[in-house]
Write a protein that binds this ligand. Structure first.
Ligand SMILES: *Cc1c(COP(=O)(O)O)cnc(C)c1O
Length: 393
């Protein structure tokens, strides 16, 4: 299947009709226990000397189908599915790191990842350097003898900043440092970090992969050796396994990923251009705009610019007022679903940071994050315009 186009791959990835009586939809295996049919085989499966299933926390055929699908669409050797994006992030980090190690990570990214790295810094003596990830050289400059992991998130939350993945990965490779890319915002439709040299990709499948705001899940994809280390270490010991029902939902989401991303890309581009023309909007951050500082890198490493953008409506009050007046778009956190979601960033995901930290992360007080959905783009634009202009004279 490797030679197929992404659209075809996404529809058929993870299929194994022979194993499932020809079923077009992979069955859901809710079993938490699998019996052994032969003494020698049973012992071999249990002792990891033979592939097979025996206990729910360690996998089932539905989870395997999702893992195969993700490995295929990200172009990786192996994948591991977990209960959430954070379960994937923590499993990746804990399989690569031990106390005394050092990590280089973006100063602006998904805030729970920032807080997770701070947490393991405090609890386990792991040192973190937060750098300007738009500058690949900043990763090189931050390397210490004990650096073990480069963290990359591109496009990043919430400012959709772009990191040159090939450049950072090659700096990492030369220094024996693993590069891990959070590919949640881009999805493999728009960007395949492993083909750019990254060692591991992680996803919050809660977002675009699921695509319908109805599940939480996470994925790790990459070289077999690294993925299996995460499976046999943190995934097994911390027990963040994905439920088979959820694995099935993610598989279903992946079938329409190409279609949805095509529309997300198109709608976000149109909305970014529209908002750029409005006087009430001070700045629009979208990698598809020629004035975005990461535009050229994004054009090189991405097929489309994604469905996420940020817009600065000048004040926290204006941002708060706008989200209270939406009719088509929805005031909600999270992203990646079919519906357009808007949130005032400084008042919410970044409210736990101090004003100095916010400003360091580039989050202005009037910043709105928009997850542009697949609704009619004119309806989205009109709704935001009306919400922005109501009460203004
Ligand atoms: C949502 C998100 C996460 C965390 O994923 P959960 O599924 O909520 O645990 C990590 N990274 C990014 C970029 C995200 O958007």
């Amino acid at each position: 299947m490797k030679e197929d186009s992404f659209e075809t791959l996404a529809v058929h990835a993870g299929e194994d009709r022979e194993a499932h009586f020809g079923a077009l939809s992979v069955p859901i295996y809710p079993a938490s226990v699998f019996a052994f049919t032969d003494p020698d085989e049973g012992i071999a499966i249990h002792n990891d000397e033979m592939p097979g299933y025996y206990y729910g926390r360690l996998g089932n055929p539905t989870q395997t189908a999702l893992e195969q699908a993700m490995a295929e669409i990200e172009g990786g050797e192996a994948a591991l599915a977990l209960a959430s994006g954070m379960a994937a992030i923590s499993a990746a980090a804990f399989s690569l790191l031990k106390s005394g190690d050092h990590v280089v990570a973006p100063e602006s990214m998904y805030s729970t990842t920032t807080n997770f790295l701070r947490y393991i810094g405090g609890q386990f003596g792991i040192k973190i350097s937060f750098v300007d990830a738009a500058n690949a050289e900043a990763y090189a400059a931050a390397i210490r003898p004990n650096t073990r992991m480069f963290w990359v998130e591109s496009p990043s939350n919430p400012l959709v900043r772009i990191t040159d993945i090939a450049e950072v990965s090659s700096i990492g490779r030369a220094a024996g440092i693993a590069t891990v890319v959070d590919n949640t915002f881009a999805t493999p439709y728009n960007q395949r970090p492993l083909s750019l040299g990254a060692d591991l990709v992680i996803h919050s499948a809660t977002k675009y992969l699921g695509g319908h705001s109805d599940l939480t899940a996470g994925i790790i994809v990459g070289r077999t050796e690294l993925v299996e280390a995460a499976r046999k270490g943190p995934a097994k010991f911390y027990g963040g396994n994905i439920a088979p029902q959820v694995a099935w939902l993610v598989l279903r989401g992946i079938k329409t990923l190409a279609l949805r991303m095509e529309r997300h890309n198109e709608n976000a581009m149109r909305l970014a251009e529209y908002l750029s023309e409005l006087a009430a909007v001070k700045a629009v951050h979208y990698p598809g705009l020629a004035d975005h500082p990461g535009h050229e890198t994004a054009a090189r490493q991405m097929r489309g610019f994604g469905g996420m953008l940020a817009a600065d409506v000048r004040t926290a009050d204006a941002a708060k007022s706008l989200v209270g007046k939406l009719r088509v778009c929805t005031f909600a956190t999270s992203l990646g679903g079919v519906e357009t979601l808007i949130q005032p960033v400084a008042l919410m995901t970044h409210s736990t940071l101090t004003p100095e930290e916010r400003s360091q992360a580039g989050v202005s007080e009037g910043l709105l994050r928009v997850s542009v959905g697949i609704e009619n783009i004119d309806d989205i634009c009109k709704d935001i315009y009306r919400a922005l202009m109501e009460d203004r004279t």
